[in-house]
Design a protein around this ligand. Structure first.
Ligand code: XMP
Length: 504
């Protein structure tokens, strides 16, 4: 593996991603991880990440003593290179100006650049620079503003680059990282099939003869986990899918049809009456969320007792939730799954989290190999509280029914016109607004539906999707023609911030 020591750069995760894409396993550890912790990962190479510090800061992060003496290749990126150079006898100076953005390398060479030809655009973001090389090192890259943009000591196999090879703005950076893997001799066999075998072995070793409970939400992570566990432990898995009546049209049937034929021991629980009853007359969004969370735990508890006892609870926690980074050291060891957090003490389970080392796209690839249908595998995220937070104000069976039909027309339309995958999330909202319209010769006084589609990388910020007018016109026509309770359709053109993606 390659161990990435994180000194706080926003790009650290991208380094791990790039190595994974190249088929090499890599892990991110806090910059100050102990030698023992690093040794546990059997490192064949180490990357010192970038970070916001200057090597002259009193509190500048540094690796544990002895890391630089390890007999493996080391690559320092940005701050990582400055640290390396400074530590082994070079000199680093606070540059007069901060260099930020794209820069052309005016010269490059050496092992890291092996096989790379032509123009090399590099993404820079730094204010300190290496001004004097440590003994045994040579310059392997230069830009106009940064005469030491890359360094190498081919004997000790120490390398450094001032720019960020991991970002897309350094188009040939991937090849550099591949060269580093080559130098380290890291196997490039980290692929989904290999991962599945390892995960299955790991689950069997952990679970033994124990019984495992899994909550299925219908999303890609829990569905894929259901398929994996079914392969690993068969009937020792009980997967529980709670139908709270806040699902999309046909969703329960889709989940059942996707999982049961592939051997998942799936229990669907009809808890519609309990949820809808508990939500009756409640219009405050946070209150709605709380009630749903509480009802979820109740229903889950009931099933756990009915089908139990269970030794383990399986969760689809992903790598981004558990990275032991400098930013969130020790944070998020257990993703507080909004659905199953807060279970009572007598239902104390050990956790099974096979996806803890995986990124979302790796889970999607595993899902493909395990046979999860694309409509679930490539699905947009859907919130736990479901349609309850898209049916504004107090919900009712009637309103949920209207919303389900509107949502289905919109989402099916996006798929039909090839627009679905271009959006990160698309939803319909039923507003409590009633307005006057005319249909045929008749005056109507009906509800307004809102459509929302967004693009985003991380769901923290989002842009509204620029869907074609003609498509929106088609959707509007279909909705008012097929859903008689709606006489007006609006499209949400607000970004996040200031608006959130959901309306409640
Ligand atoms: P917002 O509306 O905050 O949503 O911009 C960001 C992302 O989170 C999802 N979301 C939720 N997911 N339980 C969930 O499981 C919730 O209570 C919840 N609220 C929002 C939302 O769908 C979007 O993907």
């Amino acid at each position: 593996s390659v161990v990435i020591l994180d000194f706080g750069s926003q790009f650290t995760r991208l380094i791990a991603r790039r190595f994974r894409e190249l088929g090499a396993y890599s892990v991110i550890l806090p910059g100050n991880a102990s030698l023992e912790r690093i040794a546990q990962e059997n490192p064949q190479g180490i990357v010192l990440s970038g970070g916001p510090s200057s090597v002259y800061d009193a509190a500048a992060p540094r690796p544990a003593p002895g890391v630089l003496d390890l007999d493996v290749p080391i690559l320092g990126v940005c701050y990582g290179m400055q640290y390396l150079a400074h530590e082994v006898g070079g000199d680093v100076k606070r540059a007069g100006k901060r260099e930020y953005g794209k820069a052309d390398l005016t010269r490059y060479g050496g092992q890291l650049f092996a096989g790379i030809q032509g123009e090399f655009v590099a993404w820079m973001s730094h204010s300190d620079s290496v001004t004097q090389l440590p003994r045994g090192y040579e310059v392997i890259a230069e830009t106009e503003d940064t005469p030491v943009a890359g360094i190498e000591n081919p004997v000790t196999r120490r390398y450094g680059v001032q720019f960020h090879p991991e970002v897309v703005h350094t188009p040939k950076g991937g090849q550099m990282l591949a060269n580093f893997l080559e130098i380290c001799g890291v196997a490039r066999d980290w692929n989904a099939e290999h991962i599945i075998d390892e995960l299955i072995e790991g689950v069997r070793a952990q679970v033994g003869e124990g019984r495992v409970l899994l909550a299925i939400s219908g999303g890609v992570d829990s569905s894929t986990l259901g398929l994996l566990l079914a392969r690993a432990i068969g009937e020792k898995l009980t997967a529980v899918f709670i139908d709270h009546g806040l699902l999309r049209l046909g969703e329960r049937e889709q989940v059942e049809a996707a999982l049961r034929p592939l051997g998942v021991n799936l229990v669907t629980v009809d808890a519609r009456a309990e949820f809808i009853g508990a939500l009756s007359g409640v219009s405050d969004p946070e209150q709605k969320r709380k009630i749903i969370g509480r009802e979820f735990i109740r229903a889950f508890e009931r099933e756990a007792r009915e089908y139990g006892p269970f030794d383990f609870l399986a969760q689809g926690t992903l790598y981004p939730d558990v990275i032991e980074s400098a930013g969130g050291e020790g944070a998020a060891n257990i993703k507080s799954h909004h659905n199953v957090g807060g279970l009572p003490e007598d239902l104390a389970f050990k956790l099974v989290e096979p996806f803890r080392t995986l990124f979302k796209d790796e889970v999607r690839e595993i899902a493909r190999l395990l046979g999860l249908p694309d409509h679930i595998r490539m699905r947009h995220p859907f919130p736990g509280p479901g349609l309850a937070i898209r049916c504004l104000g107090a919900i009712s069976e009637e309103k949920l029914d209207i919303l389900k039909r509107v949502d289905d027309i919109f989402v099916s339309g996006l798929r039909e016109f090839g627009l679905y995958d271009g959006c990160s999330q698309a939803l319909a909202i039923l507003t409590p607004i009633q307005s006057v319209g005319v249909m045929g010769d008749e005056r109507t006084y009906s509800y307004t539906a809102a459509l929302r589609a967004v693009t985003t990388d991380d769901f923290m910020t989002a842009e509204w999707a620029r869907l074609p007018y003609d498509f929106l016109a088609t959707m509007s026509n279909r909705i008012v023609n097929q859903v008689h309770e709606i006489n007006r359709v609006v499209y949400d053109i607000t970004g996040k911030p200031p608006a959130t993606i959901e309306w409640e």
